[in-house]
Design a protein around this ligand. Structure first.
Ligand code: ASP
Ligand code: MG
Length: 399
């Protein structure tokens, strides 16, 4: 098999850890696989480079930043290759450039446009373990770019796609994706499998495991991902396409406390108002999530929506500018609880069970929104963790 392995910052956090990773790579080599290994910067390095730049400037030139930040991953790739060679294995470190990763020129958050994997393929033919510095590429002018925070995941998935790898293993310091945050519900269970779409909807659970953009790309390129820990031999979670799954009714419960609600009272119920409101918010790059508008009475209606907590003030100011004499109410003490599962597509009663469960706990639901595979509810923040535990139990996710 051709396997792309990716090791995150804590997995390569110091020289002993790099030694451990080298051993793991060697084991996979012994098992007969061809290997491309993508590495992150050692933990803390990227943040420390950013701090060093900020010592001089709060707004450093983005192109300089990319040259600076790309160095973290280069160090790890070279060290891991040196460690593998010292063990008697043929390995070679590749920069993003040598790996053929071509991006646009949007420095610090470049997008991969194309991968020319010829150089990697040639080394693989010679039985060399290719160790790639993650998180970076070059633009058409040959200038170094980086792919945004967490971007080494993206490097790994993109390379797995370009090489038609059989598997992309993402190593972190957690065992995989859980049915909910184990800090909230200790009975949370690790999932063996989850679909790309569920993983994307469970972003708040998966964030520590996998960058969202890389899941989107994996779905597009049909790359099989396993996320697992490099600190033990546990199996991990397979992220794959939906058809490959037995359809679990509900896979997980996600919690997002970083939400705030805005309610606009007595706005005019006529064409163009919603367009005006949400274009103004979009112009400010405010990320609107749930939107609820009620049936109007006497030409007026109420409109509610949620935004990230740290964008609340900007959202309120924006509303005051767009709508004169408007009554704006807002609430920061809310949280969004979401139930996610592909099985919802074909089963009824999932939503009513959620509502009954919260009713039994005396938790009021402020807003509801649904998609094909998700039901989200806004509740008071102080009851959010209770809601998660009650729902986890109701859908028997601990079994
Ligand atoms: N080192 C980069 C970061 O910390 C990229 C990565 O690790 O994925 O965001
Ligand atoms: Mg990461």
């Amino acid at each position: 098999m051709l396997i792309v392995q990716k090791y995150g910052g804590t997995s390569v956090g110091n020289l002993e850890r790099i030694e451990e990773v080298a051993k793991r790579v060697v084991e996979a080599k012994w098992a007969g696989h061809d290997l491309v290994v993508v590495v992150s910067a050692m933990s803390g390095v990227t943040n420390s480079l950013i701090e060093q730049a900020e010592y001089f400037s709060k707004s450093p030139n983005a192109q300089d930043m990319d040259l600076l930040l790309s160095s973290g991953e280069r160090i790890t790739s070279a060290l891991l290759s040196i460690a593998l060679n010292a063990k008697g294995y043929k390995a070679l470190a590749f920069s993003g450039r040598k790996a053929g990763i071509l991006t646009d020129s949007i420095f610090t958050k470049a997008r991969i446009e194309e991968i020319n994997a010829q150089a990697i393929k040639e080394e693989l033919k010679k039985d060399v373990i290719v160790v790639v510095a993650g998180f970076q590429g070059v633009d058409r002018q040959g200038v170094v770019t980086t792919l945004g925070r967490g971007g080494s995941d993206l490097s790994a998935v993109a390379l797995a796609g370009a090489l038609s790898a059989d598997l992309c293993e993402i190593y972190t310091d957690v065992d995989g994706v859980y049915t909910t945050d184990p800090r909230i519900e200790p009975r949370a269970k690790k999932l063996d499998k989850i679909s790309y779409d569920e993983m994307l909807e469970l972003a708040s659970l998966g964030a520590k495991v996998l960058q969202n953009r890389s899941v989107e790309l994996a779905k597009k390129l049909n790359v099989q991902i396993i996320t697992r820990s490099s600190f033990n031999k546990n199996q991990g979670t397979l992220i794959t396409k939906e058809e490959a799954m037995e359809q679990a009714l509900v896979s997980g419960i996600a919690l997002d406390k970083n939400q705030a609600r805005i309610t606009l009272r007595q706005i005019k119920d006529e064409p163009g108002i919603a367009a005006e409101i949400f274009s103004a918010l979009a112009d400010q790059n405010i990320n609107v999530d749930m939107i609820i508008q009620n049936v109007g009475i006497d030409g007026a209606t109420n409109l509610g929506f949620t935004v990230p907590e740290n964008e609340l003030d900007l959202a309120k100011d924006t509303m005051k500018k767009v709508l004169k004499d408007i009554i704006i109410e807002s609430d920061k003490e809310i949280a969004k609880v979401s139930i996610v599962g592909v099985g919802m597509k074909s089963h009824s009663g999932v939503a009513s069970k959620a509502f009954k469960t919260l009713a039994k706990e005396g938790i009021n639901i402020g807003m509801i929104s649904t998609s094909e595979i998700k039901i989200s509810m806004i509740v008071q923040e102080k009851y959010a963790e209770l809601a998660v535990r009650a729902l986890h139990e109701a859908y028997r996710l601990d079994q």
